[in-house]
Design a binder for this molecule. Structure first.
Ligand code: UDP
Length: 375
């Protein structure tokens, strides 16, 4: 008999497992995949830590979360500075003075602000209602057309007018010459890969990989006092209200016998015609070197293609539009009635969480379990 069964060995599950174990609970972690670490899983190929389920760059403003992860990994000083490739024209991301200079030939922040305001006014947006209006309000129509529209429509498979504004607010807009993609105080990549970090989180804890919860739901449920379920919430309820929509991602990985394919970790292809959204060159997350500091002779790249999720695919991004948010609420109501089960993480809560938010949410959840126990 276990105090807690944790379904899913990703970041949410691993943090819960660590905290509950340290609080004296008997914990079993299962994952249907053959490995731990969920979508932050990295695998060594040609000496390079390859982010198998897409690039993950740890960044946070939360000092507690930053100190927490230091217990399990040492982080390097990688700073994400992606480049946008629009039909061969290269622009700096996030949107900053280098981007505005390349787009309009302007040099001062005042000129950039004027240009953005002028374009925003021409479209007549006062209160942005969707991603398109939000984007134009932030950066004007030229940048929207070249760097946002095509990328977003490939990424989400929906028109920018149909998407929620918050998605584009993830990206900073700065009137400074600063190419750091994130506004976070702390940023880096765990040295040795995310898998090693999650392995450290799960150290000494019983973990069974290759075990699908739904193949043995009744049996597994009986073996534990409580369950922390981090899979898709709609799958737990057998899609009884219909499925929530997700975006799935497919990666085409290539190993090249050359030390440098594109000169940067991330290049976004922001036109609508290039079928992939971005190309990741994994070695640059670790400055092109192995752990002994030697230059790596080869390189591994991943082309990322976005598609609508269908049953059997891996869900990656929740589509948090109105329709899906309403559907999620119906599942949430069912979830609240499952006394024994707590739902958490990007899939369990149907939320576009970053890694630091997932860790924070897991720590909060364990705290609330402690409080409930005391009552
Ligand atoms: N985005 C864009 N152009 C870019 C990069 C991002 O329009 O070159 C938009 C797009 O809608 C995307 C959103 O900004 O979904 C959030 O981007 P982020 O890099 O945060 O996405 P993630 O890395 O989580 O896929």
């Amino acid at each position: 008999m276990y105090d807690y069964l944790i379904v899913g060995a990703g970041l949410y599950g691993a943090v819960c497992a660590r905290e509950l174990t340290d609080a004296g609970k008997k914990v079993l972690v299962i994952d249907k995949r053959q490995h731990i670490a969920g979508n932050v899983y990295t695998e060594k190929i040609e000496g390079i830590n390859v982010h198998i389920y897409g690039a993950h760059i740890f960044h946070t403003n939360n000092k507690d979360v930053w100190s927490y992860v230091q217990r399990f990994a040492e982080f390097n000083r990688f700073t994400n500075s992606p480049i946008a490739n629009y039909k061969g024209e290269l622009y700096s991301l996030p949107f900053n003075m280098y981007t505005f200079n390349r787009m309009w030939g302007i040099v001062t922040p005042e000129e950039a602000a004027y240009k953005i305001e002028e374009q925003k006014r021409a479209v007549g947006i006062t209160k942005p209602k969707n991603l398109e209006e939000q984007a134009i309000s932030l950066v004007g129509t030229d940048i929207y057309e070249k760097l946002i529209k095509g990328y977003t429509e490939k990424q989400w498979g929906r028109e920018c007018k149909e998407l929620p504004a918050f998605i584009i607010k993830r990206l900073p807009v700065r009137l400074t010459y600063d190419n750091n993609y994130f506004n976070a105080l702390y940023q880096g990549i765990p040295i040795g890969g995310y898998t090693k970090m999650v392995e450290n989180m799960l150290s000494g804890i019983e973990v069974r990989t290759g075990v699908d919860f739904f193949d043995n739901k009744d049996d597994l449920t009986e073996q534990a006092q409580k369950i922390i379920y981090t899979g898709p919430i709609d799958a737990y309820f057998n899609y009884c209200f219909g499925n929530l929509e997700y975006r799935s991602v497919r990666f085409e990985n290539e190993t090249w016998d050359t030390p440098n394919f594109q000169g940067n970790a991330v290049i976004n292809y922001t036109d609508i015609d290039t079928p992939w959204t971005r190309i990741i060159e994994h070695k640059w997350f670790e400055f092109g070197k192995d752990e002994e500091g030697h230059n790596l002779p080869k390189t591994v790249i991943s082309r990322e293609y976005s598609s609508e999720w269908k049953l059997g695919d891996e869900p990656y991004y929740p589509v948090n539009d109105e329709k899906n948010s309403r559907l999620y609420e119906s599942y949430r109501e069912l979830a609240d009635m499952e006394g024994k089960v707590v739902f958490g993480g990007r899939l369990g809560e149907y939320k576009y969480y970053d890694m630091d938010q997932v860790i924070d949410a897991a720590l909060d959840m364990v705290d609330s379990e402690r409080i409930k126990e005391k009552q």
